[in-house]
Write a protein that binds this ligand. Structure first.
Ligand SMILES: Nc1nc2c(c(=O)[nH]1)N[C@H]1C(S)=C(S)[C@@H](COP(=O)(O)OP(=O)(O)OC[C@H]3O[C@@H](n4cnc5c(=O)[nH]c(N)nc54)[C@H](O)[C@@H]3O)O[C@H]1N2
Ligand SMILES: Nc1nc2c(c(=O)[nH]1)N[C@H]1C(S)=C(S)[C@@H](COP(=O)(O)OP(=O)(O)OC[C@H]3O[C@@H](n4cnc5c(=O)[nH]c(N)nc54)[C@H](O)[C@@H]3O)O[C@H]1N2
Ligand code: SF4
Ligand SMILES: [Mo]
Length: 884
């Protein structure tokens, strides 16, 4: 829907949806006339009512065409679409003819739109006749899917976002909501402010920005969530808090679940008894409890059991599907939920139909008019890449995901892709670790250019709409898939003209699913016209003659054979990899506030790249001391499968014995920052989801001969033992380290910055190993390098402002003049406010609240994503003041 322009002749404002997290915020986007977009939150969208986080607000900075893949490529050379599509179709056809349908596979993504996903699934399961289509949701939501299916007989999130606001107790388990679902977190913060009696409990081995709001932070032993919730179940029963009417009528497995609990469970959590009591008391005293859970639960070798241990407690108390209560698995990707609905996982069919149920298969086969549907599940992601490695899969199509970075045992995955006979990658850029390995690269349209629907964490289906034209020769993912299908012989079955047509077919199929007793039914939309699809407003499923929107399960109607929910007996298990003398530390991994996954989009934004500009390792002070590691040193993190080199952050946010590293850095952005190279490919036996947060590692100093910090107008391509680069407003900032100092710093710098003829200003002190160089073009700084034998101590945010300035005597000091204080590391990305600026303002202006900081500096007043960090700075300053 185009909202009429408010600015006269300018391009119209388009109402669309954010392409990042599963909160699914509505966005208003308007071309700014310079290739970018002006972005604001959509006040009419039920998810965000106008709010956006730092990533959503910066969307306009990510749509330029730098690094975009704009034409198809075969073996690295530009090709036309006909040749590329013919080749893909022919290689898939030949491979299938020779080795059977299970010798090919698609690996797709929760960031595809529902319409793209539907076509991919239909092609593989319905026409190629293999179930070898899996998605990165296997690394993300698979344990929640499996847990839901075991408990409810369907993969359905019962509640709505308003339940989180209406609850009296919100339990956040393995969720860093402040950084990962920021707008939902802001809704929680606002609700809590309006009702100060509301209580928030955060269960996470690590203290995070989310812990800031928590009345109780349970720094649980990694992996011990099932033990804690088993303990809670036993307590519910012991204290008579069971809803006997609900369990008697609507639940089976109560006694088995209770019997599986043991008095020893709670010891495994490592929590002080007082904290456990406080948690249990809050849970038992309040009926309105919502338990929100995310990757700390799912990404575990016992993820499915953790999910069921949580759901058990809600079923036992009948606290499900009513306002302000219920288990709530929040989805990660913008269309993680849509992908589950459309059957993107190797063990599902479309519309919550089951590939293993003959009646379901027959219905879908008839509807698709397909030659046959495989009668069992295909390979799940980890097994799929093992099959690629073993040569069982000979042709692979990767769409909208970057497995060479995000899969566990990522070096082995990279090697498997490289060795595979035929690899196709559809992406918006060719510069990903995975796309670089492809035989055929296909340019896809990206956010802002494509049209379709997504489903967010609360089952709300929204439109993404194009606001920019498709660049170069890029095509929509659904169309690329349909073009290949046509060339494989299924022209008629894939003859779609637009996404509306695909959506109608999908909605009609959901009506059949509804008649087969499934809950995913949006058949009321099956006859939607093209223009109504164009203006489709966000709606919650189901949407059929029988039910529109709302919650599930308060009525005790479940989707199992007997209509009752299942409580599951859960025996808590530790993570599979155990710390040992060789690998004594537990490696936890996750996200940072301003980056999205493998950074192909967020790294384009200078402001999103400032908050955390380098891959890092959080390490407890005791563990750092044992290894002789100081803040800003480099560390080598090693497991049985691989190595990463990361910057050391010494902090008691992590427990002794645990380290944390972000998942975002890639071969494009750092020399050895791919943390999944270190993560072992251990999976949950039920869901197949990898244990991304439970590997064991050893950490040792990475002894560098020299360290460097560089800024440059143009992108540098270092080859040193360590480097990590990030975009900044006028170019690039790069951290460097090498084994032995270059003999000739000037020659080194000229090569690094590819500035062979630049004039060089230098300040060299070979005896102390210090080097400072500025490379000039027409008297202005084109690049600068600061090197020393220990981690370089220059004011980075100041040095970053040198590029493009006239060189002068102070250029190589690395410090701003007394009249220009160093702002320090960026906290507020929207207004570019640094830590030092915030601390100085707190001190000098006696600021006592986050609001006061906002009034003084603007920090935290736009998207609000940095408000938890501002609160932490404020608290630290106040503690210091009290101590002084
Ligand atoms: N900024 C940003 N936001 C994102 C994304 C992004 O890339 N960047 N990605 C999106 C996606 S796809 C997803 S899936 C979500 C993920 O959202 P989250 O799940 O909130 O994010 P993570 O940082 O992966 O992990 C959450 C927390 O789990 C904790 N944890 C680790 N082990 C355990 C454990 O054994 N028990 C418990 N209770 N906790 C544990 C970690 O310390 C971490 O703080 O974020 C979405 N939002
Ligand atoms: N160690 C560790 N590993 C993890 C996790 C963790 O917490 N720890 N989290 C896991 C989770 S939850 C997730 S969801 C995954 C995410 O991991 P990935 O899915 O691998 O990460 P992305 O960077 O989001 O990859 C999306 C790719 O699609 C491209 N793209 C963007 N838009 C489009 C489009 O419209 N069409 C096409 N064809 N391509 C497009 C992007 O450029 C990018 O290359 O990582 C998983 N891996
Ligand atoms: S919370 Fe942020 S990243 Fe998530 S959908 Fe909303 S604006 Fe996008
Ligand atoms: Mo995810």
């Amino acid at each position: 829907m185009s909202v009429p322009s408010t600015t006269g002749s300018a391009a119209p404002q388009v109402c669309t949806t954010c392409p990042y997290c599963g909160v699914g915020c509505g966005v208003l986007a308007q071309p700014d006339g310079h290739g970018g977009l002006t972005i604001s939150g959509d006040k009419s969208h039920p998810a965000n009512a106008g709010r956006l986080c730092s990533k959503g607000s910066a969307l306009g900075e990510t749509v330029d065409l730098a690094d975009r893949l704009l034409t198809p490529e075969i073996d690295g050379a530009p090709a036309d679409w006909d040749n590329a599509l013919d080749l893909v179709a022919q290689r898939f056809r030949d491979t299938i003819a020779q080795h059977g349908p299970d010798s090919v596979a698609f690996y797709v993504s929760g960031q595809l739109l529902t319409e793209d996903y539907y076509v991919a699934n239909k092609l593989m399961k319905g026409f190629i006749g293999s179930a070898n289509i899996d998605t990165n949701s296997r690394l993300c939501m698979a344990s929640s899917v499996a847990g839901h299916r075991r408990a409810f007989g369907t993969d359905t999130v019962p509640g709505l976002y308003t339940d989180i606001e209406d609850a009296d107790v919100v339990v956040l388990v393995g969720s860093n909501m402040a950084w990962c679902h920021p707008v939902l977190y802001q809704r929680l913060v606002a609700a809590r402010k309006a009702r100060p009696e509301m209580r928030v409990i955060n269960i996470d081995p690590r203290r995070t920005a989310t812990s800031d709001i928590a009345d109780l932070h349970l720094a649980i032993e990694p992996g011990s969530d099932a033990a804690l919730f088993n303990g809670l179940l036993a307590e519910i029963v012991a204290k008579g808090a069971t809803d006997q009417a609900f369990t008697a009528e609507h639940v089976t497995g109560f006694h088995e679940a209770l019997e599986a609990t043991s008095s020893g469970d709670l010891a495994a959590t490592g929590l002080p008894p007082g904290q456990i009591r406080a948690f249990f008391d809050l849970w038992l005293r309040n009926e309105k409890v919502v338990t929100v859970y995310s990757q700390g639960v799912n990404q575990s070798s016992s993820g499915t059991d953790k999910v069921n241990a949580i759901i058990n407690c809600h079923l036992a108390t009948g606290r499900i599907g009513r306002p302000g209560m219920g288990p709530f698995s929040v989805t990660g990707q913008p269309n993680a939920m849509g992908g589950r609905e459309v059957g993107g996982l190797a063990n599902m069919l479309a519309c919550h139909l089951d590939i293993e149920v003959p009646e379901h298969r027959a219905a879908v086969k008839d509807f698709w008019n397909s030659p046959g549907i495989p009668d069992g599940p295909g390979l799940k992601a980890v097994d799929m890449f093992r099959a690629v490695r073993d040569g069982r899969i000979k042709a692979l199509w990767v769409i909208c995901t970057n497995p060479a970075v995000s899969m566990p045992d990522a070096d082995a995955v990279r090697a498997a892709i490289e060795a595979c006979d035929f690899v196709v990658v559809s992406d918006v850029t060719g510069r990903t670790d995975t796309a670089r390995l492809a035989d055929v690269r296909l340019p896809a349209t990206g956010w802002g250019e494509k049209d379709g629907t997504v489903t967010n964490s609360e089952r709300c289906i929204s439109r993404q709409r194009a606001v920019l034209p498709a660049p170069g020769e890029a095509r929509h993912d659904w169309r690329i898939l349909a073009d290949v299908a046509a060339r494989m012989g299924w022209q008629k079955e894939f003859d779609y003209r637009n996404p509306a047509e695909i959506f109608r077919e999908y909605a009609a199929l959901s009506g059949i699913a509804g008649t087969l007793g499934r809950d995913f039914d949006i058949s009321a939309k099956a006859d939607i016209s093209d223009s109504d699809y164009e203006s489709l407003a966000p709606f919650h499923w189901p949407c059929s003659a029988r039910k529109i929107g709302g919650r599930f399960f308060a009525d005790g109607q479940f989707y199992t054979g007997d209509g009752r929910a299942r409580m599951l007996p859960v025996t808590p298990r530790e993570p599979v990899s155990r710390p040992s003398a060789d690998y004594p530390l537990r490696l936890n991994t996750g996200r940072v506030r301003d980056h999205w996954h493998t950074m192909t989009r967020t790294a384009k934004s200078p402001r999103l790249s400032q908050h955390l500009a380098e891959p890092y390792l959080e390490l407890h002070p005791a563990d750092a001391q044992d290894r002789g590691l100081a803040p800003a040193d480099l560390a080598r993190v090693e497991s049985r499968v691989g190595t990463a080199i990361l910057r050391v952050v010494v902090t008691d946010r992590v427990r002794p014995g645990s380290v944390f590293a972000p998942m975002h850095w890639t071969g494009e952005t750092a020399s050895a920052g791919r943390i999944d190279a270190v993560v072992a490919a251990v999976t949950d036996p039920v869901s197949g989801q990898p244990e991304s947060k439970g590997s064991v590692v050893q950490v040792a100093r990475f002894d560098a001969g020299w360290y460097g910090f560089a800024v440059s107008a143009a992108e540098p391509f270092p080859t040193d033992a360590y480097w990590a680069k990030a975009r900044m407003r006028d170019g690039w900032r790069t951290e460097l380290a090498g084994d032995a100092c270059p003999d000739d710093w000037e020659a080194y710098a000229r090569a690094l910055f590819d500035l062979p003829d630049a004039e060089v200003l230098s300040l060299l002190d070979p005896t102390r190993g210090l080097a400072r160089l500025a490379l000039l073009r027409d008297g202005r700084v084109a690049a600068a390098l600061f090197a020393s034998p220990s981690p370089v101590a220059v004011a980075r945010n100041h040095v970053a402002t040198l590029v493009g300035t006239m060189a002068e005597a102070a250029t190589l000091s690395g410090r701003p003049g007394a009249d220009m204080p160093d702002p320090g590391a960026t906290v507020c990305a929207c207004f570019d406010v640094g830590v030092n600026t915030v601390l100085a303002a707190i001190r000098e202006q006696n600021l006592a609240s986050v609001e006061a900081i906002g009034a003084a500096l603007q920090a935290g007043t736009n998207c609000g994503s940095c408000r938890p960090e501002l609160a932490t700075l404020l608290a630290a300053a106040q503690v210091r003041e009290a101590a002084e």
